[in-house]
Ligand binder design. Structure first.
Ligand SMILES: [Zn+2]
Length: 118
């Protein structure tokens, strides 16, 4: 078990009121033109400049920027982006390279979300 997984487990076991687990359909993207269109500039929807080891998620609008979500196989990431196709239970995890994003594919996972359930 990694430190991050252990931290998540501790938080879940402590049962603060604002942590819950839920199913999500998780796809992946990078900052390339294929993933982000011709305006791709390596900036997220909230103006954050992406760095190679960042763990960033694009989530639907009902999940506020700054929300932390633990995605198994990816890590503890922060919502900093949006996406036209990211609706409902969909999430999009960011990778530094297109190859890594393709490798991730589309996965149905149980994620742990920190924050108020809506
Ligand atoms: Zn890409």
């Amino acid at each position: 078990m990694t430190f991050t997984q252990l931290s998540v487990l501790v938080v879940v076991l402590m049962r603060p009121t604002e942590v819950f687990m839920r199913p999500a359909e998780v796809t992946a993207y990078c900052s390339c033109k294929k993933c982000c269109g011709s305006q791709a500039a390596g900036l997220t929807a909230n103006g954050y400049k992406l760095k190679p080891k960042d763990l960033v998620i694009a989530a639907p609008k009902n999940i506020p920027f700054g929300t932390k979500i633990y995605v198994p196989g990816y890590g503890l990431a922060v919502v900093k982006d949006r996406g036209g196709a990211i609706k409902g239970d969909k999430l999009d995890v960011w990778f530094a390279s297109h190859q890594e994003a393709l490798k991730w594919g589309r996965q149905k996972l149980i994620v742990t979300q920190f924050g108020e359930k809506k």
